[in-house]
Write a protein that binds this ligand. Structure first.
Ligand SMILES: C[S@@+](CC[C@H](N)C(=O)[O-])C[C@H]1O[C@@H](n2cnc3c(N)ncnc32)[C@H](O)[C@@H]1O
Length: 218
């Protein structure tokens, strides 16, 4: 998926992935990471997710990364916040009230842009990327996350060919394959996804599963 695909999605308002609530699996599993309130959390490919607000509400400093300035603009406007903007490497940092969005390409992100990180949260980030980019994503994440840090990954899987994607199907074997070299991967939940794309809602269509993984950087 090249950046123009995502810029067009935001320009055309085709953001079916966006939820109007905190993700229930974030609320269910995040507290179990037992992070101190001040822990700094990276949210790759964050869109304008309300989950950033959930994390900030738990006392975290949140660092999102998002290609689209329209998404960042919408996030802060909908939160009633006026962000300050500054340069951060190849990205631009938009910040207000403990939430920063680094507007730029995740693959360009450096530890000097994010500052020290203690945790990460991936919902609809890894599964937004085609297979050719997913290993690079895992490598970049491992580069940014110091040893001992933890994170939650929410991934989706469905039978081959059921959907063109994104979201792409990323099953447990692939999660272990691409993240296992640098992270300890623990599966904590897998169930039929509640919000599935329209193409999979037809009678007799295949089920999409949503899994939660707890990852610890080794
Ligand atoms: C499927 S959406 C998920 C957004 C968010 N995580 C959520 O749960 O609503 C994927 C987002 O990643 C952004 N994106 C795609 N490629 C990116 C990249 N290389 N760097 C930063 N953001 C990217 C897109 O603009 C889009 O907003």
């Amino acid at each position: 998926m090249d950046p123009t695909f995502w810029h067009a999605r935001w320009q055309q308002g085709q953001i079916g992935f966006h939820r109007q609530d905190y993700h229930p699996k974030l609320e269910r599993w995040w507290p179990q990471l037992e992070l101190p309130p001040g822990a700094r959390v990276l949210a790759p490919l964050c869109g304008k997710s309300l989950d950033l607000r959930y994390l900030a509400g738990r006392g975290h400093e949140v660092i999102g990364c998002e290609l689209s300035p329209l998404a960042a603009e919408a996030f802060f406007a909908e939160a009633g916040l006026a962000p300050e903007r500054s340069a951060a490497g190849k990205s631009e940092r938009w910040s207000a009230q403990g939430i920063s969005i680094l507007v730029g390409d995740f693959f360009d992100l450096q530890a000097s842009d994010t500052g020290p990180l203690q945790a990460f949260y991936d919902r609809a980030a890894l599964v937004a990327l085609p297979s050719a980019l997913r290993r690079d994503y895992a490598t970049r994440l491992a580069t940014l996350m110091p040893a001992g840090t933890a994170g939650l990954l929410l991934a989706l899987d469905y039978p081959d060919g059921a959907l063109e994607g994104p979201p792409f199907s990323v099953d447990t074997a692939e999660v272990h394959d691409i993240l296992g070299p640098n992270f300890t991967v623990e599966s904590v939940q897998r169930n039929a996804a509640a919000d599935v794309p329209a193409q999979l809602r037809a009678p007799g269509a295949s089920t999409m599963y949503e899994s939660v993984y707890r990852l610890t950087r080794r």
